[in-house]
Design a protein around this ligand. Sequence first.
Ligand SMILES: NC(=O)c1ccc[n+]([C@@H]2O[C@H](COP(=O)([O-])OP(=O)(O)OC[C@H]3O[C@@H](n4cnc5c(N)ncnc54)[C@H](O)[C@@H]3O)[C@@H](O)[C@H]2O)c1
Length: 394
Amino acid sequence: MPKQIGFAVVGLGMGRHHCKAIQAAPGARLVAICDLDEERLRPSAAEYGCRAYATLGELLADAEVEVVNIATPSGTHAALGSRCAAAGKHLIVEKPADITPRRIDELLAAVRRHGVKAAGIFQSRLDPLNIRIRQAIQQGRLGVLIGVHGHLPWYRAQSYYEGRHGCWKGTWAMDGGGSLMNQGVHTVDLLQWLAGPVASAMGAFGVFGHRIEAEDQSAGLLRFANGALGTLYTTTCCYPGFNQRLTLYGTKGTIIKEEGSLHSWKLQDDPECREEQELLALYGAGRKASGAADPMAVSFDGHTQIVLDMIGAIAEDREPLITLKSAKHAVEIINAIYLSGRTGREVKLGGPAGRPKAKAKPAAPKIAAKTSPRKKARPATKAKEPAARKAKRR
Ligand SMILES: NC(=O)c1ccc[n+]([C@@H]2O[C@H](COP(=O)([O-])OP(=O)(O)OC[C@H]3O[C@@H](n4cnc5c(N)ncnc54)[C@H](O)[C@@H]3O)[C@@H](O)[C@H]2O)c1
């Protein structure tokens, strides 16, 4: 029997999906799990039949652990990942890779220094429908791409942001934002993976329907490097939660997706819509469970593919399909929208180490940074930001 690769999971919220994904992947063995919360650790160890560690240090001393899946709060990923890399463990890091491009660069440096493999989790990139859409764009079948739009009208109750495992969500320090960074990062990554890099961004955001620090509604305007314009909308306020919608307009056609399903495939080179019918039969309505109302409703199939790909990457000594480096641009775009919301300026991407830079002059047309007529809503320009980031901008 070929050697099995030993995996471990740190963080047992979404991490339980990772445990199932590892157990479903031929060639992978779930060796151990780790969580600071005993009430999550012990029952999960019993359920998955693996070793349980209360600290990352103990887990890293386990020689049978070769790959560590990191599913802790987003603002801890780079620090924990760097420790794993230093211990010679390969990494699979939940989205976002961390909450700032600088921290992701630090993690990438640790990965390079210690010669380990590192994959990000953007499971949507492995979806056959998304791959088909990307191929159509790259083959020029939409003509010149002109409009790239992502809409995420999701819902999370106030309780989602409360309690021991909720209180880090919607904070700047640990979540790096709210609906845009936490829920929206998949949509942002998909837009840039389909349409190419974003050159600049404008945005507005605020708190509208929850008692949280960062934001629960954001709107962004994107200029893609290829000239296309894009819009992005994220929220966790839209009761009861509606499907993510992606729209891609080109000079020769339009593709519309709703959550995991195809809605329209209207291309001039498919005038009788034969291809559209074929694709609707494969990927039409109701194809996938949605995270619109419940984060745990998403399937773990994508995670299993990422685990299998990591096994392949180790065996073949190649990069994983979703490199950590490629997972950075979504975080750059999101931070650019936040910076624009604070400054009221268009923010250029692609500065030193990919850090966003506010343009010297306000761009025209300028998006108003006002957030809501409601009294409670905090204007984006006054939204709190981490002290460290404030200091950096001075
Ligand atoms: N890919 C997806 O579709 C998807 C979906 C949901 C969440 N996520 C991501 O998964 C990550 C976790 O989110 P969640 O909703 O599961 O959060 P959560 O708070 O429910 O779970 C995180 C767990 O990590 C543990 N933890 C924190 N610090 C630790 C440390 N130093 N060592 C060991 N354990 C530690 C906590 O005790 C907690 O049990 C986030 O980065 C989030 O963005 C991804």
